[in-house]
Design a protein around this ligand. Structure first.
Ligand code: ADP
Ligand code: MG
Ligand code: ZN
Length: 475
């Protein structure tokens, strides 16, 4: 690349509180339009906001998850602007005194600094109906609690930006702060981007691409904007500082507003909400209540359970899958066999079916029972795969499925020994060849044994009995 790309992100995450941030309306996603509103969140005069303490706790957890300093004093401000999705004509946010600052998140070898995290309220949603040629306002989302996470301009490529959003989303999910469903808008990202000559220390003029709602859009928007800015600089023209909208269909950016017409938000301290004061005891209590974070889980899987690093990473990267793994090993702690069954067989089936762990027809205890059958040698590895298929397609209990399908292996060596004797007697030529030093015929004799004994015999026992019979001096 000719120029160096410089990127800083502003990430909005909806917090998982039951009710909204300043009123008692439900904060859940969806609902029939304008049914989840009250005088407070629709901004009627004379109403007063009451701060949801659960939102404060979650914001602190977000700060802890992203390595931030948490401030014992923080306060709200009014950000004034008029827009149809904002019936109060101002947004309550934190400007001068955010709750968290100075965090750091590692992506691979690189550390990305977090400038601040502040609490604010979400706005409503406008639905543009091109057919009827009208725009409709849905205020259900007004007052849903958000955090805004602002990074320093430490990112240098679209891939780094993508990795950071993924890492932050994962940590917020683990901390229980946000479900990070970008497709539902519970995590959205503004990308600030500028370019400069390699070796240049001053930043170039940046543009800000608003409201990207998928990892793919983030990458595409950055790649497009790099090319657009590079073409300008190549032609000796300046980049204009402006806010852009990314058009998903065309893959291009379009100006929303430029700096000259930028809003003056006339921030001032919010008079209706007292500052947030957090004592050491409050902070300690929230810290104690922090769930296990991805890095800790990774350490548990590798150091305590001995899982290969790549497998551990793959599990941890999918919280639902990883939670499922934990639930299985809580019943039957065969760490590696459970991990491999989940990562190979189960994941392949989930991917093929396009479904998620949450939609499985069986419980973690069923998978535990299946691995137990396999580990104790009661069923073969192939039978284990077959039973998993049945569980996946129809549900059920592994012990019953094994019983009903004749998968339970006959671990009675006497029968296998008898069969070995018969097979050897029936194949004197092969036996002589083996004893004469040809290992090749072993496979043929194994085949004969398996045919005779059927799928209910344990292949390991067959192999052992056959080998012993062949090694035994001729009677
Ligand atoms: P504003 O308050 O106008 O949005 P900030 O200084 O808070 O501006 O920056 C917002 C975001 O823009 C941050 O994520 C920051 O890292 C990023 N940023 C600032 N300057 C640049 C730049 N020159 N190039 C790319 N990103 C930048
Ligand atoms: Mg900004
Ligand atoms: Zn309300």
């Amino acid at each position: 690349m000719k120029y160096e790309t410089v990127i800083g992100l502003e990430i909005h995450a909806e917090m998982l509180t039951h009710s909204k941030v300043f009123c008692g309306c439900t904060a859940e996603f969806g609902g029939e339009e304008n049914t989840r509103v009250c005088p407070r969140c629709s901004g009627l005069p004379g109403t007063l906001p009451v701060l949801n303490q659960g939102a404060v706790r979650l914001a602190v957890k977000a700060g802890l998850a992203l390595g931030c300093e948490i401030h014992p004093y923080s306060a709200f401000d009014r950000k004034n602007y008029f827009y149809p999705d904002l019936p109060k004509a101002y947004q309550i946010t934190q400007f001068a005194h955010p709750i968290c600052t100075d965090g750091a998140v590692d992506i691979g070898e690189k550390t990305v600094r977090i400038n601040r995290i502040h609490i604010e309220e979400d706005a409503g949603k406008l639905v543009h109906d091109d057919y009827e040629n009208v725009s409709l306002a849905d205020y259900n989302r007004c007052g849903v609690p958000l955090i805004e996470i602002v990074t320093e301009p430490d990112l240098r490529s679209a891939e780094e930006a993508r990795a950071l959003v993924e890492e932050i989303a994962l940590r917020l999910k683990y901390a229980g702060v946000c479900d990070a469903r970008m497709e539902q808008g519970s995590l959205r990202c503004d990308v600030n981007i500028s370019i400069r000559q390699p070796g240049e220390t001053k930043f170039g003029t940046r543009t800000e691409i608003k409201n990207l709602n998928s990892l793919k859009s983030i990458v595409r928007a950055i790649e497009y904007e790099y090319t657009r800015q590079a073409d300008l600089l190549d032609a000796g023209r300046p980049v204009i500082q402006q806010t852009l909208h990314f058009n998903e269909n065309h893959g291009t950016t379009k100006p929303l507003r430029s700096k000259e017409e930028a809003h003056d938000y006339r921030y001032f301290p919010e008079p209706d909400i007292p500052p947030i004061l957090l004592s050491d005891a409050d902070l300690a209590a929230i810290r104690d209540d922090m769930p296990e974070m991805p890095a800790d889980r990774l350490r548990r899987y590798t150091a305590d359970y001995g899982l290969p690093e790549a497998d551990a990473r793959q599990l941890v990267a999918d919280k639902a899958l990883s939670d499922f793994y934990d639930a299985v090993i809580a019943v039957y702690p065969a760490y590696k066999p459970v991990a491999s069954l989940i990562l190979v067989e189960l994941l392949r089936r989930l991917n093929d079916a396009g479904s998620t762990v949450g939609e499985l027809r069986f419980a973690p205890a069923d998978l535990a029972a299946l691995v137990r059958l396999s580990e104790t040698g009661e069923i073969s590895k192939n039978a284990a795969k077959e039973i998993l298929r049945t569980l996946f397609e129809a549900g059920g209990h592994p012990d019953e499925i094994a019983e009903a399908n004749g998968y339970l292996m006959n671990n009675d060596t006497a029968a296998v020994e008898a069969a070995a004797a018969e097979i050897l007697a029936a194949n004197p030529k092969a036996v002589a060849e083996y004893r004469g030093g040809s290992q090749k015929v072993f496979g043929f004799l194994m085949g004969q044994m398996c045919k005779k004994l059927g799928k209910s015999a344990n292949p390991q026992i067959i192999r052992q009995c056959l080998a012993e019979a062949l090694e035994r001096p001729e009677a």
